[in-house]
Design a protein around this ligand. Sequence first.
Ligand SMILES: [Zn+2]
Ligand SMILES: [Zn+2]
Length: 265
Amino acid sequence: MSLEFATIASGSDGNCVYVGTKYTKILVDAGISGKSIEAGLNAIGVSGSEIDALFITHEHSDHIKGAGVFTRKYGTPIYATYGTWNGGEYKMGKINPLSRMVVSSGENIIINDICLCPFDIPHDANEPVGYNIMTDRHKVTIATDIGHVTKTVLDSLSESNILLLESNHDVDMLINGSYPEPLKRRIYGDEGHLSNETAGKLLACVMCGKLSNVVLGHLSKENNTEKLAYDTVESILNKYKIKLGTYLNMSVAPRSGVAEIIELE
Ligand SMILES: [Zn+2]
Ligand SMILES: [Zn+2]
């Protein structure tokens, strides 16, 4: 069964990821406006009404702000942890109780031919999770908003075919940049965001023959550039003798606008 993956937006201004098979189409996060979600989906030939389910990673606005509008228009069920509902429901407006689904880390959710499993991530939100999305042949991992690498994160990333991995900031740009000190500490801290360097080291650790596509995402507008993220991660991989471009492709998700679809047969 073939699988399609595309980021519709990825960055501190908003996140939304599409994963689809012949029978099932889902979104992970809806942190852009309802209109932008629809426009992004249309750009890849999908209509909003085709989305079977919307999964939320955590309640920060860049992951949740379009969810309410989208579900009120299409009746799409929203799946989120109890903590995320608690912390984020007020940001979504009125949600039909029938569309309100609760997930727990480690517990599988089956949507037709897709199985999703949330996993705990260390981030300064109520009960944040990443998602493993599995079909009979493929595994996609969504791993952004990660303050540091835990054993759960490491284990969850293993044997993925497509990995959306946070590469949020360049440490020097963050330290020398214009952000106020408390915000710098938050981003750099254990429950903040992964730097380019940490993303590169993590990727080297989870590298396996199955991984064919890495997408670096959730880049900071102020403290990173696409080139810096790519080059930093590539140079770390090279130190581990991992070469890009043969069996492993790496790309950087645009902060806004739809990325090219990655398709696995
Ligand atoms: Zn966040
Ligand atoms: Zn975020």
